[in-house]
Design a binder for this molecule. Structure first.
Ligand code: SF4
Ligand code: SF4
Length: 355
């Protein structure tokens, strides 16, 4: 018996490579690849290098929407004539996990709602997002942040591994177009496919270890009530202020800029590059006002922004539970452990979390 569900199809796994080849011919194709022991999103020249089994990349795919360093415009300092050579390319980002899709949804809320950034808008319009299902490791806590599964808000296709096939959810007209263009690679859903899909969702939920999950119930209130907790200072003592946690975070978006003149002095480029609230001088402003002068205040600020500031600003947590800030922190500082400490979870349990 065949089901006609327009918003989903089945892609036999053997057909995935032909789909990727076809996409690469039409768009700039970006996907995860293995680099040493880690994984990274890269532009793909050979589809056989695409890595399907990975837990997290070092940097999230946001770097293809908001480059870490970019030229905003250039100008002639005498005439003050401005130029911009910016042009967004048509691109497909393939193999994005659910947490990172939610991360992009947060970036969309920030950059497209109140004061839309026309450049971000152009990049987003020309970008197709294709997600893929995954399983958690000890750093993932997306089940707590409600981001373990895509919610259909901002992606085009999502592939759920159901054994011999991918169950393909279609999230947008762009997704429909891909399915239509490559219709010979897809088939209709049958009853067994739906069963496999439901089972795969349940299997992912069961794969989380309860001890690695923070309790985020009323987290904004907890963080505010614990403003003076000694936990902030104790954890911040180990912090190096390196900014790795924010640079690897799929939802952090703070930029700074400098104007760089060329040697003739006839052209000045406005260069924007990503910065971090964990850097000592991030909060130093004109008049020598220094809003976050201590390591503890900067450390606490990151949690405040994720769990108090974002919910206030965009009605969502600013953390999607990807685990990068913990997995990559050179000082071994764990976000889950810090939240558990603020909740007053006992030391024995904490040792089990970090061991
Ligand atoms: S990655 Fe770790 S050490 Fe570096 S700024 Fe963040 S919390 Fe501090
Ligand atoms: S705060 Fe940490 S766990 Fe949360 S989204 Fe950012 S990097 Fe991931």
């Amino acid at each position: 018996m065949e089901f006609h569900i327009d918003r989903a199809k089945v892609l036999p796994k053997a057909n995935l490579w032909e789909l990727l080849e076809g996409l690469k011919k039409r768009y700039k194709l970006i996907a995860p690849v293995k680099e040493g022991e880690k994984f990274a999103f890269r532009e793909i020249s050979d589809v056989s290098s695409v890595e399907l089994n990975y837990t997290r990349t070092i940097l999230p795919p946001k770097k293809f929407l908001l480059p870490y360093r970019r030229e905003r415009f250039s100008y002639d300092p005498e005439t003050m004539e401005f130029k911009s050579s910016f042009k967004a390319e048509e691109q497909v980002i393939f193999g994005i996990h659910s947490c990172d899709l939610h991360g992009i949804s947060i970036l969309d809320s920030i950059h497209l709602k109140e004061n839309p950034d026309p450049r971000y808008l152009e990049v987003r319009r020309k970008t197709i997002l294709i997600g893929i299902s995954c399983f958690p490791d000890e750093y993932c806590f997306c089940l707590s942040t409600g981001t373990a599964f895509p919610d259909g808000a901002n992606w085009d296709l999502f592939l759920t591994d159901v054994g011999p096939d991918y169950f393909v959810s279609i999230g947008s007209p762009k997704g429909d177009e891909i399915v239509l263009t490559f219709k010979h690679l897809f088939r209709e859903i049958e009853k067994e496919d739906l069963e496999l899909y439901k089972r795969s969702t349940a299997k992912k939920k069961r794969a989380f270890n309860e001890e690695n999950l923070p309790d985020l119930e009323r987290i904004s209130q907890l963080i505010e009530l614990e403003y003076d907790s000694p936990v902030w200072e104790e954890e911040a003592k180990r912090c190096l202020g390196c900014g790795t946690c924010t640079n690897t975070c799929p939802t952090c978006f703070c930029y700074t800029s400098v104007d760089v003149p060329d040697l003739t002095g006839k052209e000045v480029k406005r260069i924007e590059f990503i910065t971090s609230c964990q850097y000592p001088y991030y909060s130093l402003v004109a008049g020598e006002h220094y809003f976050k002068p201590t390591r503890t205040s900067r450390f606490r600020h990151r949690y405040y922004h994720k769990f108090v500031g974002y919910p206030y600003q965009i009605e969502k947590l600013g953390c999607v539970g990807c685990g990068r800030c913990t997995a990559e922190c050179p000082a071994g500082i764990s976000m889950v452990k810090t939240i558990k400490r603020l909740r007053g979870v006992d030391e024995k349990e904490l040792r089990e979390v970090t061991e």
